[in-house]
Ligand binder design. Sequence first.
Ligand code: ZN
Length: 281
Amino acid sequence: MPYRSVVRLNRFPGGVQKAVTASYDDGAVHDRRLVSIFNKAGLKGTFHLNSGLLGRSDVLTEEEICSLFSGHEVAIHSMTHPHLTSLSPIQLSYEVMADRRNLESLVGYPVRGMSYPFGTKSAALSASLEAYGIEYARVVSESRSDYAMPGDWLDWHPTCHHKDRLCERFETFVASDPWVEMALFYVWGHSFEFHREDNWEIAEEFAKMARSHREELWFATNIEIKDYMEALRQVKISLDGTHILNPSAHTVWMEIDGEAATLAPGNLLNCRSLTARPFYQ
Ligand SMILES: [Zn+2]
């Protein structure tokens, strides 16, 4: 019987099979407190900002964006937070592109993510987002107990809003054996809601629970999840399962004959000897 290994591309970084991400919209000044709670727990989030509104009394300032969100992701939420469906194509293009450009000048990296203001999507916008360099966009309708990765990255449904029994849902996620091999828990909201409703204990409790389970979870921003899933998708496996090539820039995790394994960027793995070498000379 010829040697044949069973390779499954079913692991996040760290070899785990569950990931957690968060996304908070509008850039309210209360993001400062939320980021501090996340940082203490090692949680990572994506903050969707309206660059045309920065500096308003209830909104963060341009000067603090880069340092405040260091280790997190900054992404667009349109320039001025309009109902997208009421805009002309040129207004739509401005709302997306100007926000992207402004935020890039503040953070110093390509900004590739978005959440739809008011959750409003339009056919014209969805068709254009790829050309605008937007690689994913989050909606507001929730998936609750479906922990699957989005089938369409421009229609990315979060698991729940933080007001929707976040801690209870998160506990269920951690304890569950999901039907998907790579399960994602995705919470969204606005930091001003914690302030307005005086329920910061929800954020604190969630962060505490996440921290206590950190060995079993991968904490990542939205774009880190997208990029990692792309890297996994690029992995090449020989037909007999004996050689695996990672052409991406990410270390990828997988399962080979039931055991977790890693493969460094640009490396080729021989599954018989479990030795890897650089593939590109
Ligand atoms: Zn918003």
